[in-house]
Design a protein around this ligand. Structure first.
Ligand code: FES
Length: 106
């Protein structure tokens, strides 16, 4: 099964192929914001794929459009709710998102 590792915590979880990064984060207990509930209508689930980017299916036009709104966009950025894993990946939760999460719950 693909293994997803989340940075900066280093938390890892094995998931079925086709699981979204957001679903995996939720299962692993990693805080990843998802304001629209995974409907590809926000950019708060933005993650940066540190390893395994090329193993992910290509982003749809809808995902690309939402990603343009993401803070700290990088060439290896994806939306966590849209990117579904097929092989091992390592993803970084952007600092901005981490701040939002901690403010929202703290
Ligand atoms: S949760 Fe809104 S686009 Fe992913």
């Amino acid at each position: 099964m693909p293994r997803i590792t989340f940075l900066p915590s280093g938390t890892a979880i094995d998931v079925e192929p086709g699981t979204s990064i957001l679903e995996a984060a939720t299962k692993a207990g990693v805080a990843l914001d998802h304001a629209c509930g995974g409907a590809c209508a926000c950019s708060t689930c933005h993650v940066i794929v540190a390893q395994g980017y090329d193993s992910l299916p290509d982003a749809t036009d809808e995902e690309e459009d939402q990603l343009d709104e993401a803070v700290g966009l990088t060439p290896h950025s994806r939306l966590g709710c849209q990117a579904r894993v097929r092989a091992d990946v390592t993803v970084e939760i952007p600092r901005h998102s981490r701040n939002l999460v901690s403010e929202g719950h703290g």
